[in-house]
Design a protein around this ligand. Structure first.
Ligand code: HEM
Ligand code: HEM
Length: 198
């Protein structure tokens, strides 16, 4: 049996995320996979001559993530998510919610810290690679200089939170078989997950 909730999500049992929330989720996952690859991995693989391009990609993709996350936050605040499964212990419910809000907060603030870090070296940032932005702080600004350490440190710490989040999703899918992963998958995939008890 299924019904449609106020925010357009199809409620089957515990309900699920609507298609816009799902699209935002997987778009940001793809952008972050690109961003972390550019920041941490490609610099070791590509020749030294590609360094300038990589930095430009890092700025463009990073600033686009901030824009998408602001739009996503606006969507999230106006479209409540489906309720957590009833048998989920309060501590896990809290952990899951806290993780989600950390993602919203960090992936909006982190790009600004990166912008400050870039500005302290007078490096120019283009929003989404198109719109030139001013320096966020003056060249050699102490806050901007500090962000050259703090910004990467936060980004790398976040990898642990992302790993925790993915472990949680896999725990629901492989151990609990409670369809929580399906809430974030498009219709047919979600139905497959439910019927195959992944
Ligand atoms: C969600 C978005 C972002 C993520 C996940 C992210 C992640 C990272 C990571 C992991 C590093 C370390 C790279 C390494 O040590 O090899 C880094 C460095 C850096 N990022 Fe980002 N970044 C983001 C957005 C941005 C933006 C929007 C800018 C600038 C507009 C920026 C500017 C920088 C700079 C300048 C560094 C080098 C700091 C230094 O070593 O001097 N980042 N970032
Ligand atoms: C960069 C990686 C990721 C980030 C930043 C991220 C972020 C988020 C956020 C912010 C939410 C909460 C949505 C909301 O209520 O507004 C969420 C939910 C969810 N994510 Fe992710 N996610 C990532 C990767 C993944 C992956 C790889 C999977 C699957 C293996 C996954 C599965 C889920 C599921 C199933 C939910 C819904 C949880 C529930 O119904 O309570 N996520 N994610």
């Amino acid at each position: 049996m299924s019904a449609t909730t106020m925010n357009g999500t199809r409620a089957a049992g515990g309900g699920r995320y609507g298609s816009v929330a799902q699209a935002f989720h997987w778009l940001v996952v793809a952008m972050l996979a690109g961003q972390y690859s550019v920041a941490l991995w490609l610099s070791y693989v590509l020749p030294k001559s590609a360094e300038g391009d990589l930095v430009a990609w890092h700025f463009s993709l990073g600033s686009s993530i901030a824009v998408v996350m602001v739009l996503r936050l606006a969507w999230r605040l106006t479209h409540p998510p489906p309720p957590a499964p009833r048998d989920l212990p309060g501590s896990l419910r809290l952990l899951s919610r806290a993780t989600h809000w950390v993602f919203y907060g960090v992936f909006i603030v982190l790009p600004f810290l990166g912008w400050a870090a870039a500005s302290a070296d007078a490096a120019r940032v283009k929003l989404a690679g198109l719109i030139p932005l001013p320096l966020l702080v003056p060249k050699d600004d102490p806050f901007g200089k500090a962000m050259q350490t703090v910004h990467p440190a936060i980004a790398i710490t976040l990898l642990a939170v992302i790993a925790l989040h993915i472990a949680g999703a896999l725990y629901h899918a492989l151990v609990k078989h409670d369809g929580v992963l399906g809430r974030m998958l498009p219709g047919r995939r979600a139905d497959l997950e439910a019927s195959a008890n992944l």
